[in-house]
Write a protein that binds this ligand. Structure first.
Ligand code: SF4
Length: 213
């Protein structure tokens, strides 16, 4: 699928990273179009994408990362949909060359070689009670797992073993946003329990609390 000189882009925007290891960092998000999974709880828009040249993507990232010529965002988050559907290695290389810290958010079911230095966060997903296996070649590159936890859905109520203990990869647990205050409170409570009993790190969607994208 292409050489990465044109990518299907859903949106590019500046914000703070709201969740996971870089929470609170000013960041530019590059959201790629399309996903290979169809998770029931998905709340991400990824089907209104348009093709954009790599140069245009970089130009927009640089615009959003700077204020009056001063770079204020060191972090670029490449997300989706599923970003590994597309040939993003040239984008990653160009961003690393410009001294950005590059974070990828993936569901772990796809792989493509990426330059070293890219930080890969994997959020495993489940369909009909079974977690999709994490690609072994990707697993070696994952720097953290982020499990989305629901107290109501049995497959999301616990943290599955998807290879993280093998490589001692840190695990974050994040309450699923089910659009219902009572369910969400139960999900948060379940995450607190998992953190305190199992030693997982708690991740909250702080961007939703702050009302930012
Ligand atoms: S993997 Fe992520 S983006 Fe894709 S459908 Fe599932 S929740 Fe949505």
């Amino acid at each position: 699928m292409g050489d990465g000189q044109v990518l299907d882009i859903e949106e590019i925007f500046p914000t703070l990273q709201g969740e996971g290891p870089y929470v609170g960092w000013p960041a530019v998000f590059v959201r790629l179009g399309g996903c290979n999974l169809t998770c029931e709880f998905c709340d991400t828009e990824f089907e209104n994408f348009k093709p954009l040249s790599l140069d245009a993507v970089l130009e927009r990232v640089n615009q959003f990362a700077s204020v009056q010529g001063k770079r204020i965002s060191e972090l670029v988050v490449i997300t989706g949909g599923e970003p590994l559907r597309q040939p993003i290695a040239p984008l990653c290389e160009a961003l690393l060359e410009q001294d950005y810290l590059v974070q990828i958010e993936t569901n772990g079911t796809l792989y493509r070689p990426l330059p070293y230095g890219v930080d890969i966060i994997c959020s495993p997903k489940s369909t009909k009670g079974h977690y999709h296996p994490i690609r072994e070649d990707l697993l070696e590159r994952v720097s953290a797992f982020k499990f989305i936890i629901s107290a109501q859905q049995p497959d999301y109520a616990i943290v599955q073993e998807v290879g993280q203990s093998l490589l001692d990869i840190p695990v974050y647990v994040q309450p699923m946003d089910e659009g219902d205050a009572v369910l969400n409170a139960a999900n948060l409570s379940r995450c607190l329990q998992l953190s305190m009993e199992e030693g997982y790190r708690l991740s909250l969607q702080t961007h939703k609390m702050l009302g930012i994208p």
